[in-house]
Design a protein around this ligand. Structure first.
Ligand code: GSH
Length: 245
């Protein structure tokens, strides 16, 4: 029996961006689960900051996103999804599948750090304009080497006859792959158009996720925040490849 079954799911994340919180929101939305996006409610930001203070028992989160489910507080996006997925039936039962899913999700977490570094290669606390020259260099390497390596790896998992990353059934890592493709397409439309030709299965997966009824309804709802230049995926045209490049 999974613990905390009747407790509400409370997601704590910055209220104005999709960011890493979006990977968790997508899982809730696909599962049709009820959840509270706490920091988007009055007083929610205070509650979030308070939970990040050191506590006498248990480990407080280092950074959002984190989840509270009854007495349990879980931080780290991949870890939150690892905890939620069996409860939301978004991963096949069995250790082999769960570990494979976690491996994919952790690799996506690595990719997100590199995406963040395309616009903030020196320091998160500095403005983009203060690190633009380094951002251009970092983005060029990211788009030339790292993005193709990560997306090529995901594409390789989809080779053969699997429509989804874990095989025949959709799982939470497919939702995360969807979010990565959406974000990269927003941030780097020219590089993404080029990449689409090299990773057609991944783009087909993106379309299949986008068309799932609950996801489609979510994407059209006010709960889905638009991408913006405060999140992980930011559109700065000077960092993208030239059109057709
Ligand atoms: N590895 C963590 C990273 C968490 C993270 O970097 N959170 C960002 C927002 S997306 C943050 O608020 N960071 C504050 C900080 O690093 O000081 C995860 O995947 O959840």
């Amino acid at each position: 029996m999974l613990s905390g079954m009747s407790a509400p799911y409370e997601l704590f994340y910055w209220p104005e961006i999709q960011g890493r919180g979006e990977f968790v929101r997508l899982a809730f939305e696909e599962a049709g689960a009820t959840y509270v996006d706490v920091a988007r409610k009055p007083g929610g930001m205070n509650a979030m900051m308070n939970l990040m203070k050191p506590r006498s028992a248990g480990v407080s989160p280092f950074a959002p996103p984190f989840l509270r489910h009854g007495p349990v507080i879980v931080a780290q996006t991949a870890n939150i999804l690892f905890y939620l997925a069996p409860r939301l039936r978004l991963v096949p039962q069995g250790e082999k599948s769960r570990v494979a899913a976690h491996q994919i999700q952790l690799t996506i977490a690595d990719l997100l750090v590199e995406v963040h570094d395309t616009h903030h290669p020196i320091a998160s606390a500095l403005y983009y304009e203060e690190q633009k020259a380094a951002a251009k260099k970092r983005s060029a390497v990211f788009l030339r080497e790292r993005m193709p390596k990560y997306l090529g790896w995901l594409e390789g998992i989809l080779e053969g006859d699997s429509s989804w990353l874990l095989g025949r059934r959709m799982s939470y890592v497919d939702l995360s792959a969807f979010q990565v493709i959406s974000g990269l397409s927003y941030a780097f439309p020219n590089a993404a158009a080029k990449m689409k030709r090299r990773a057609p299965r991944l783009w087909a997966l993106h379309r299949r996720v986008e068309e799932r009824p609950r996801i489609a309804r979510y994407l059209a709802s006010p709960r889905r925040l638009p991408f913006n230049e405060s999140g992980i995926f930011r559109r700065y045209p000077e960092l993208d490849l030239p059109r057709g490049g």
